[in-house]
Design a protein. Structure first.
Length: 81
């Protein structure tokens, strides 16, 4: 079966999309699984401003190498606590 026919099955509700496929789609589209399934974002709870800043900074990194380095630093800090 080719990709076009698979997409056609999804579009015509003749085949269900697996959770693993939905997870990949959500990641690639930069959205949540909830949005793909229900059409709505989960309301963000009041989040710690430092966590929001950290997420914003991680998202602003341009290279995979930079993102991986930043995450490794965060992991080291977690281990030190």
């Amino acid at each position: 079966m080719n990709n076009k026919s698979v997409i056609s099955f999804y579009e015509h509700d003749t085949s269900a999309v697996s959770v693993s496929v939905l997870q990949v789609l959500a990641k690639e589209l930069g959205t949540s699984l909830d949005y793909l399934v229900n059409g709505s974002e989960v309301e963000e709870q009041e989040e710690d401003p430092d966590i929001l800043l950290a997420m914003q900074l991680l998202k602003s990194l341009k290279t995979e190498m930079g993102k991986k380095a930043a995450l490794e630093h965060i992991k080291l800090v977690v281990l030190m606590e």
